[in-house]
Design a protein around this ligand. Structure first.
Ligand SMILES: [Zn+2]
Length: 375
């Protein structure tokens, strides 16, 4: 057992457990992977990787990912919220079986997506009324396209509503470059890709009187997506400057008073990730690299079994030989999952999370049906 096993239980963590987990990461200088999921299969792959690497994990879905999870055939105003909640319920149903701590989170929410955020808060409040904890552990608000003052004021407003449920808020100040989930920041003003220590501290000043459960995605040249080497200039030392500035302002005993988040982690080198973690990054988002790995599993499966995948009956073994066991989704989707697991285990290692949590085993009598609170 590791020390973290004594502090944080397996399963979905919220409230004080979530805070203990984030503080443990910051103190011990490692970060959790925040994996974007769009289906139960992708979510299971993320959980499997975390169990295999013996690390806690953050499972998150974006607005678009939520809509996909509900099903693209359904078009309604609440698609993203309904699908996000469905994914959260899936993770709550299975998390305990993987035996590691799981943070349930949602990704970027720009101003125009606030109706999605409001619906998620309603779901948290309903869940809280029933079970004494919110459905999700935390959410992200990304109002970085708005002027700082408005960004921070809106974050403070929602943070106040989340506090009675002890929910975490992740906010963004400065802009992550690149393109993700339909938001294109490829041509954004270069200055905005680097947040100043003063900007970061302004967030701290506004949110800390409400509560301490927040993290800041400050921009340090990071971009969404994977680009050719040399096109992205990361400056993780900027995160260190923000920590030092906050420490001085607060006269804090902590060298890193801030919880920082790194977006656009895909495509980053081990050294870049390490420098970010050393400067207080406790969460790194991974989407593009796991998307590729998931697809690559299918690609390799098809390449290896091509002649068995061209019709229902008939393959190199015989004209009447059936191909069902090759085109069954459990064959090729499993190949996708296995490929993603392998990739994510590498990310967890780069983040320093390997072997930080000894997975627990579920007793034979455990059944969570009808008992979501304990999930
Ligand atoms: Zn992001």
């Amino acid at each position: 057992m590791t020390a973290l096993n004594d502090i944080v239980p397996a399963g979905v963590v919220t409230g004080d457990d979530m805070t203990a987990l984030m503080e443990y990461c910051r103190e011990n200088e490692f970060a959790l992977p925040a994996v974007n999921v769009t289906s139960s299969s992708v979510a299971n792959a993320a959980l499997e990787a975390a169990r295999k690497a013996k690390s806690p994990v953050i499972i998150q879905c974006s607005n678009g990912g939520g809509g996909f999870a509900l099903g693209k055939g359904v078009k309604c105003a609440d698609s993203a919220a309904a699908g996000s909640i469905a994914l959260a319920m899936h993770v709550r149903s299975v998390a305990k079986y993987y035996g590691i701590p799981v943070v349930l989170h949602t990704d970027h929410c720009a101003k125009k997506l606030l109706p999605w955020f409001e619906k998620l808060l309603e779901a948290n409040e309903a869940y809280f009324a029933k079970y004494g904890e919110p459905l999700f552990s935390s959410h992200m608000l990304d109002l970085s396209e708005e002027p700082d003052e408005e960004n921070i004021a809106l974050c403070a407003k929602y943070f106040k509503r989340m506090m009675p449920m002890k929910m975490w808020l992740e906010m963004e100040i400065g802009i992550t470059g690149g393109e993700e989930d339909g938001v294109n920041n490829e041509d954004v003003d270069q200055d905005k890709l680097y947040t100043s220590p003063e900007q970061v501290f302004n967030v701290y000043k506004a949110l800390s009187p409400i509560g301490g459960l927040f993290s800041i995605a400050a921009a340090f040249g990071n971009v969404h997506g994977v680009y050719k080497p040399g096109n992205v200039k990361l400056s993780p030392e900027r995160l260190g400057m923000a920590q030092t500035f906050a420490k001085e302002q607060l006269k804090s005993d902590l060298d890193k008073p801030l919880f920082l988040v790194m977006h656009g982690g895909s495509g980053s080198s081990r050294e870049e990730i390490n420098a970010a973690v050393k400067n207080g990054v406790i969460k790194m988002n991974i989407d593009t690299d796991t998307q590729w790995a998931y697809w690559d599993g299918v690609r390799q499966f098809e390449a290896g079994k091509h002649d068995y995948l061209q019709q229902q009956i008939g393959n190199p073994d015989g004209d009447d030989a059936p191909n069902k066991k090759y085109y069954d989704p459990r064959a090729w989707l499993r190949a996708a999952e296995e490929s993603m697991v392998e990739r994510l285990v590498v990310s967890i290692d780069q983040l320093g999370g390997t072997d930080t949590y000894e997975p627990t085993e579920i007793g034979a009598g455990y059944c969570m049906v009808g008992d979501f609170m304990k999930a």
